[in-house]
Design a protein around this ligand. Structure first.
Ligand code: CO
Length: 134
């Protein structure tokens, strides 16, 4: 069962410019950039009253979002993240129903310190989905 929308991640070419736009033009609350070597991204969190936006830019040569930029030269919405009450149960259910997971089917610790897993866009109308333990 899906819970809250945790965040929408937007791949950006220039994270400092994108951060300035959210901060200065929209007056949004933004974090300092945070490097996440395990996920190959640098992230800025934009906190909105009901959810978060994550501005992500590639970190390192093997960043998983380099490929995204090859297809989307200007950047764009990269994934959306839903919270689930029981991530292990959600994974079991997805596998049982032949949905494709990204990676080794073992949750990783995400940007918020909680276990996450990514689901293949081919099963979700072209949308990369992240599930996060609530
Ligand atoms: Co995310």
């Amino acid at each position: 069962m899906l819970g809250k929308l945790n965040h929408v991640a937007i791949a950006v070419k220039d994270i400092s410019s994108a951060t300035k736009t959210y901060k200065n033009i929209f007056g949004a609350q933004v974090s300092e950039p945070l490097d996440q070597p395990m996920h190959g991204v640098t992230v800025v969190f934009v906190t909105l009253p009901n959810t978060k936006i994550e501005l992500i830019s590639p970190l390192g040569e093997n960043s998983p979002i380099v490929n995204f930029f090859n297809k989307n030269h200007n950047g764009g919405i990269h994934h959306i993240c839903y919270e689930v009450k029981d991530l292990e149960l959600a994974i079991t259910n997805l596998i049982k129903n032949n949905y494709k997971l990204i990676g080794d089917k073992i949750p990783k610790i995400g940007a918020h310190g909680k276990p996450v897993i990514f689901l293949h866009p081919s099963n979700f109308d072209g949308t990369l989905i992240e599930l996060q333990q609530e």
